[in-house]
Design a protein around this ligand. Structure first.
Ligand SMILES: [Fe+2]
Length: 227
């Protein structure tokens, strides 16, 4: 009896007030989950460069899986953080890098594309256009180097036109798997070189995909990212 009274007393002391409970609940549940962004164009709008079926699978299946898996990895991360489980946190990091990278890479990629009727393929202008001319001689010369970088990716990965945040210079970099462009470099324009991005339409002729995709590149999105 004594023991249970003491326990009830301890529980009362430990129980947070209604205000505190509300604050706790908002702290616990307000983390915004990542969500799949809508495409600003129809799945078939990038044809013939990228088929509607590829766009549908790529966006609604592949990208959605990265979003869901990232959210799961973050939930697990919060759980191990709350237990101060350092090994558990380290174990989550590659998953967050992969799925979070997959989510951010694809989000940037969709913005990097536009139907021809909405300016897809129109060359960059302004400061970015000038920077490309200065660094590569011409847009075509830049594309050639970019496509060579894409072709050189072994397995899955991405090529990006990036801007060095320290020097302001632009450059072409490749990243393996879903490694995101973070840290010193700012992503301007990315092309997905994973097989899921082209195989249904181009099979092993990936050079044709790398060539055709420029017809639907939305340079305006890259211009906005360029600083
Ligand atoms: Fe992809």
């Amino acid at each position: 009896m004594l023991r249970s009274t003491a326990l009830r007393s301890a529980l009362r002391t430990a129980a947070p007030s209604a205000t505190k409970r509300a604050a706790l609940a908002s702290t616990t549940f307000t983390r915004n989950k990542a969500t799949l962004p809508d495409l600003p164009y129809d799945y078939g709008a990038l044809e013939p460069s990228i088929s509607g079926k590829i766009m549908e699978l790529h966006h609604d299946k592949h990208h959605r899986t990265y979003v869901n898996s990232y959210n799961t990895a973050m939930e697990k991360m919060e759980e191990v953080q709350s237990k101060s489980d350092i090994q558990g946190q380290i174990a989550q990091q590659p998953l967050i890098n992969f799925h979070g990278g997959g989510h951010t890479n694809h989000t940037l990629f969709w913005e990097n594309l536009a139907p021809k009727s909405s300016g897809g393929g129109e060359p960059p202008s302004g400061e970015l256009g000038k920077a490309i001319d200065t660094s590569y001689g011409s847009l075509d010369a830049m594309k050639e180097k970019f496509n060579a970088a894409l072709a050189g990716i072994q397995g899955s990965g991405w090529a990006w036109l990036v801007q060095d945040t320290q020097t302001g210079a632009i450059g072409i970099k490749t990243y393996a798997n879903q490694d995101p462009v973070v840290g010193q470099f700012r992503p301007l324009l990315g092309i997905d070189a994973w097989e899921h991005a082209y195989y249904l339409q181009y099979q092993n002729r990936k050079a044709e995909y790398f060539s055709a995709v420029w017809d639907v590149v939305n340079w305006k999105a890259a211009e906005k990212r360029f600083q």
